[in-house]
Write a protein that binds this ligand. Sequence first.
Ligand code: HEC
Length: 133
Amino acid sequence: MTKARWSAPALAACALTIFAVAGTAHADGDSAAGKTVFRKCVACHTVQANKHRIGPSLAGIAGRTAGTSEGFKFSDAMKAFGADGKIWDDATLDAYLADPKGVVKGTKMAFAGLKDAQDRADVIAYLKAANGE
Ligand code: HEC
């Protein structure tokens, strides 16, 4: 009995740790829902390494400097954004996906943006979960 009383909190602590490691500032993002949102991106993007379409591969995008996916010809605007030290973290991804041309003036990503904050959080969660695929 004593053992059972201790193991439940231990398990809970363990689950919390996993969440803390896998989670993000936008911890409410749901990668399964994000996969559906990503359908709006697949005409131009894959999550497979080095597989570029009209847009660059988004494999390993989280934490990478903007405009540095190897083998893709970025706009000068995106290269300048990256040269300015911009890294794709939750905040920069959220801002760019909300208003691509507003955040990176001159970006060649012809996408109006995701107006719904939940859609953005979900697709960001999906991109992270798809890392390394
Ligand atoms: C019509 C094609 C198109 C669609 C649709 C599109 N993108 Fe893009 N995306 C691009 C292009 C082209 C670029 C390169 C932009 C540049 O160089 O200015 C890009 C760049 C990006 C980048 C920066 C990549 C890097 O390595 O710096 C991210 C992140 C991104 N797109 C995410 C998304 C997501 C998420 C969606 C769907 C919600 C999406 N895009 C929809 C064409 C598209």
